[in-house]
Design a protein around this ligand. Structure first.
Ligand code: ARG
Length: 589
């Protein structure tokens, strides 16, 4: 995944290069062996190279001077080119080569980052353009907590890829097309004959409107027939139907945008309707390849591993979710020239994605190897649960409204700040800004810190707790570092130019090493599509800092300059983590 360009902040990559040289010298015949380097938690070193064990079975049959994996490990160690980054090496157990990094080198790299900026630590990926298809609520229906998860996870993935210098097309694939519009339009005509002049204000609550029209649809056969005809007239492009549809979409859009603005998530809407004109052509291409078959009156594509086929044209001649997704995939690959298309929805939709990915493979649009590019990935996530362990709902058993949920998070965090007397210390504007950062940050972090495939329980008290693995705790940690630097009275920009870092205390070294693992962590989180990996890193960073700060006096000590610089580097990396997670850092709390 990583490109070949040198990245000094990327320890694993740098070490892999050294071990690659060593591998070529140790086993010159085994040209396709890639270095296996990983960070380790053992006492013996900071990183280890694991090639000896897997190399052994490959070479033992051949003419070799080695007598088992430990000897291969010894040779790998001996052939390691000398480098300022390595302080010591040893071989342990069955042949692990352990590497201890030089603390002076760690210090030097951190100092360089302080001057050149954290952007120089960004991962470098081998791809140029990615589509992240996320949020994607449905018009006139509730934007529920599932969509909140998709919005939060998708935004983080997009941010990490953008940081890695990949162009990201942030796509909102809204459900703005389908049979429900026939019923909505007819209901609009009936309830609000002057709908055109009222421009949407008449409808008011769109969800209530949806419910009422659905009820009529189910109860009134005459209305039902009219609604079904309306779908055809809409799809045929009749102007009155088109503009009624556009008005309904607009109302929904305004509501969605309100949520995006609050969350500071940017998205570009290309809804299902956008791909509609492309469907016939795309299906023709698939037909010409001999992929489309007739089955029980529908047109379908059979894919390996599934008995049911992917339906691409329904019995009644209409298109569906899958036809739209196939057209959208074709568009993204061929018109937008994306190399990686990432879909963020609940795991309940995985079968849909796996099936149409397989159809795309049959068509030769995607390679068989799931890791090769162009690539399509489904990022599935679990349910949000309430305290009762069931799907998250409010007391009225309605699905939770996103806007209410965010309001409550902010209100609660504000109340906690007022309780601590911050309303007397800060201006009203500051209080509001910080309450928002903390409240929304808490909601986002509570979602992102879990492995996304598991369900998680939504609990305000837990997510707003200032202890434990929460955004509040982490924001506190950051604010505390800022205050240490402020209170020192030193000009930190000046120190960056004149001072230097020394990592003599074990807790200083541990913190420094952790800072240096930022680049490889972001790379892992975004290539494996797992934001929780970055959350864990951030939490550990904060723990490392606390340990350092408890054991190493900063202000007033002989090491003050070095330690202030270490504080500053920690704050910079933390802020970048917050930014990548879509959380607004605060400088005081
Ligand atoms: N609108 C869908 C839903 O609410 C999600 C769309 C996901 N994207 C896609 N290309 N299918 O479930």
């Amino acid at each position: 995944m990583a490109s070949d360009q040198e990245n000094v902040g990327h320890v694993k990559q740098q070490l892999a290069k050294l071990f690659e040289t060593s591998l070529r010298a140790t086993v010159p015949e085994e040209l396709d062996v890639e270095p296996l380097v990983a960070a380790c938690t053992a006492k013996f070193g900071d990183y280890q190279c694991n090639n000896a064990m897997s190399l052994w079975p490959r070479i033992k049959g051949k003419k070799t001077e080695f007598r088992g994996p430990p000897a291969v490990g010894q040779a790998l160690m001996k052939n390691l080119p000398s480098s300022e980054m390595v302080e010591a090496c040893s071989v342990a157990g069955p042949g692990f080569v352990n590497v201890t990094l030089s603390k002076n080198w760690i210090a030097k790299i951190i100092q360089k980052m302080l001057i050149d900026g954290i952007e120089t630590w960004a991962p470098r990926l081998s791809i140029q353009r990615v589509v992240v298809d996320f949020s994607s609520p449905n018009i006139a229906k509730e934007m529920h907590v599932g969509h909140l998860r998709s919005t939060i996870i998708g935004d983080t993935l997009a941010r990490m890829l953008e940081f890695s210098n990949v162009e990201v097309l942030r796509r909102n694939h809204v459900g703005d097309w389908g049979t429900q519009f026939g019923m909505l339009i007819e209901f609009l005509f009936e309830k609000f004959p002057d709908w055109e002049s009222a421009s949407g204000t008449a409808i008011g609550d769109l969800q209530a409107f949806y419910k009422a029209s659905k009820q009529k649809f189910d109860e009134d056969p005459v209305f039902k027939e009219r609604a079904q005809k309306a779908v055809v007239r809409l799809q045929g492009g009749e102007p009155r139907y088109r503009s009624a549809w556009a008005q309904i979409c607009d109302i929904s859009r305004r509501e969605f945008d309100g949520v995006y603005q609050r969350l500071e998530v940017s998205l570009e809407e290309k809804g299902e309707s956008f791909y509609n004109p492309y469907i016939p052509g795309v299906l023709e291409k698939l037909s010409n390849l001999g992929l489309v078959e007739e089955s029980e009156g529908a047109r379908v594509i059979f894919v390996e591993g599934y008995e049911r086929p992917v339906i691409v044209v329904k019995k009644d001649g209409g298109y569906n979710y899958a036809s739209t997704d196939l057209a959208a995939l074709w568009y993204r690959l061929n018109i937008e020239k994306a190399e990686w298309i990432i879909y963020v929805t609940d795991v309940g939709q995985s079968e849909h994605f796996q099936m149409f990915f397989k159809a795309a493979k049959r068509a030769g649009w995607l390679p068989d190897d799931d890791k090769a590019y162009p690539r399509a990935s489904h990022v599935g996530f679990g349910l949000v649960l309430g305290e009762d362990g069931k799907r998250f709902r409010t007391r009225s058993t309605e699905v939770v409204r996103l806007a209410d949920l965010l309001d409550e998070a902010k209100a609660r965090s504000k109340a906690a700040l007022v309780e601590r007397g911050k309303d007397k210390e800060w201006s009203e504007e500051e209080l509001d800004k910080i309450a928002k950062a903390v409240g929304y940050g808490a909601v986002k972090y509570a979602d992102l810190k879990n492995n996304r495939t598991t369900n998680y329980t939504f609990n305000f008290d837990q997510m707003l707790n200032d202890k434990g693995n929460t955004a509040v705790y982490l924001l506190y940690a950051h604010a505390r570092i800022c205050s240490i630097i402020r209170k020192s009275g030193k000009d930190i920009e000046e120190l960056k130019k004149t001072g230097s870092i020394a990592l003599n205390h074990p807790d200083e070294r541990a913190l420094g090493l952790h800072l240096l693992q930022f680049a490889e962590t972001v790379e892992e989180a975004c290539t494996n599509l797992l934001p929780n990996v970055l959350c864990e890193y951030l939490y550990n960073l904060s723990e490392n800092f606390t340990k350092f700060y408890s054991n190493c006096q900063v202000v007033g000590s002989a090491e003050e300059t070095s330690r202030l610089l270490l504080c500053e580097a920690t704050a910079i990396v933390m802020r970048k983590c917050f930014h990548l997670l879509g959380i607004v850092p605060v400088h005081k709390l």
